[in-house]
Design a protein around this ligand. Sequence first.
Ligand code: ADP
Ligand code: MG
Length: 702
Amino acid sequence: MSYALLDTPIEYLKGVGPKRAEVLQKEFGIFRFADLLFYFPFRYVDRTKFYKISEIHPDMQYVQVKGRLISVETIQGKGKNQRLSALFSDGENTLELIWFTGLRWIKAALKTDADYVIFGRPGSFNGRLNMAHPEMELLKDHIASPQGKLQAVYSTTEKAKNLGLDSKGISKLAITLLTQIPPNSFGETLPSTILNPLKLISREQALRSVHMPSDNDSMQKSLFRLKFEELFYAQLRLLQVKNLRKQQLKGIVFEKIDTYFDEFYHQHLPFELTNAQKRVLKEIRRDTVNGYQMNRLLQGDVGSGKTIVALMTMLMGIDNGYQAAMLAPTEILSNQHFKTISKLLEKTNLNIKLLTGSTKKSEREEIFRLLEDGSLHILVGTHAIIENPVVFRNLGIAIIDEQHRFGVAQRAKLWGKNKENPPHVLVMTATPIPRTLAMTLYGDLDISVIDELPPGRKSIRTMHYHQFSRQKVLDLMASEINKGRQCYVVFPLIEESEKVDMKNLMDGFEQLQAALPQFSISMLHGRMTGEAKENEMKRFAAGKTQIMVSTTVIEVGVDVANATIMVIENAERFGLSQLHQLRGRVGRGGDQSYCILLTNTKLSNDAEIRMQTMVRTNNGFEISEVDLDLRGPGDIEGTRQSGDMKFKIADLAHDQQILVLAREMAQHILEDDPELKNAQNAIIHEILSLEMKTRGAWARIS
Ligand code: ADP
Ligand code: MG
């Protein structure tokens, strides 16, 4: 019965109707009653607290004020722009309230000289305190319908607000619905073997009090319960994928460590491996002999030496008669890997080729032939390796560098490159991601971390300057170049304003030429052909030019050890992980290197934190944690397109402990009962199979 009720189209909820239904569907994906219950608040405010206007400042979150509406007027702005401006007084001070949309509707609803409780986010304009689009409730209504102490705050949109569906409007609907649903209508989705030891409240209780908590304690408990449930099922699914793969796919066994690996290790390795590199190689070794397919993520900060680990992993395969492939996201990077690897292996008789979009047809055909007859040992390249009708004779190991540009589907495509067993896969990323994200994004992979830089590195000194200190930066560049070093100067590139960005780049180039006429300058940008880029890179790498001005095309992987200064123009326009990647382009040799962040003088709070973080630390993992905190999981580099990141209530930036708990619990359950056949896991089994049938139905089960 309740199932049918929850499945009712939202239009039929009291207070909705066709117009609001349309907006609820379009703006929030709320089609049915159940969807509204799973449209969770993102925060709560204490509605018993009232502020004086004198206590408010523009950086505050939501505040509630009691007072009188003095006047309301429509103000004509530029062109057709109008706004509504109202004066609100708490008896001592006044505050301007403003609206930019829905003016007529709002103006008609407002009563001057009436007492109101207003609620909203303070802001400022021209140095004057104001509040845009506040919620307004007549004081007498407020008193007549006492709120719970905590009010749920829902995210909303302008369109929804114009139909009265501000946070409070949505809250009202949720409460209307909940009071309409009879008690004990929500089925349980977790077994008592989880509920009891973790002291989780029932699903019924949680779904009710998440929308209308009676107090802080019940709010916390319902959030915990719902977040746990969401994360638990997500982890369970990932771990099942992993288990299934182990059951169904037989892995190639690299039985022996032989000539190539041994010879390289003892004779050609140009340096002693760091302990972290050794540890990771052991982990990989274990994966490649246990009869399962390796699916391992290797995380290591820029410059931590992942390439050599990749190379030695490929040698393990080659020693056992298999071929190896190494994929990189760009041509520049593929070229670079090809060169590095060819050089490291030049004393061996191994056959190595490069395949990219610009490989000539004859060369391409030659490569296909060598691949098929098995005489090509290592193929380095871009997506071309996946996209082309490339058939390996026996691909044993595939390395994917810079994972975030390759999708999961592409990873899977690689497996198809073999006639028999899928190759082992090692995914490498130089964008360290926080543990919680790794567990979610790569929850089906095993994870290795290189947490140690090769010895002798001087840590890069990072400085933050405002534009007007440019001369200092030019002086530093000149003095480094006079010592024989080289510099990068990077300009931001944002697609929407490519023209402006190109102009900035050109202007920057000219200004540098004028300021440092004694040096030669290279330039690199996205509009150049692959060949032109390559040539410019070559000139710079060979020391023929001293300064490389570029857009972010140099971001990934470029390796010129003699470059010691990275100047980042308009650094406030870059995200943290990008800044960190850029910084990683210097500090590759033994010389002291510098990263200079040039910004405007006026920075947003977030930009200020980003600059301070960069100056404070060189640790990529630490930086990724700050990044996650600032931007939330959806915007972290490389995760944007990922549907795996879309949680309804869990928040990976702040719910790390719950996630760890959920994963441990999921692991524990699958270890005891891999196929979820035990009676006590019946609920879990049911939920998962139901979900398989109707993806997304999770929200509808009751
Ligand atoms: P990344 O992890 O960013 O891909 P690379 O593999 O490019 O790092 O290595 C960065 C630099 O450090 C390279 O020049 C490489 O030769 C060097 N390197 C790697 N491992 C070691 C080591 N154990 N000792 C000294 N230098 C190393
Ligand atoms: Mg690399």
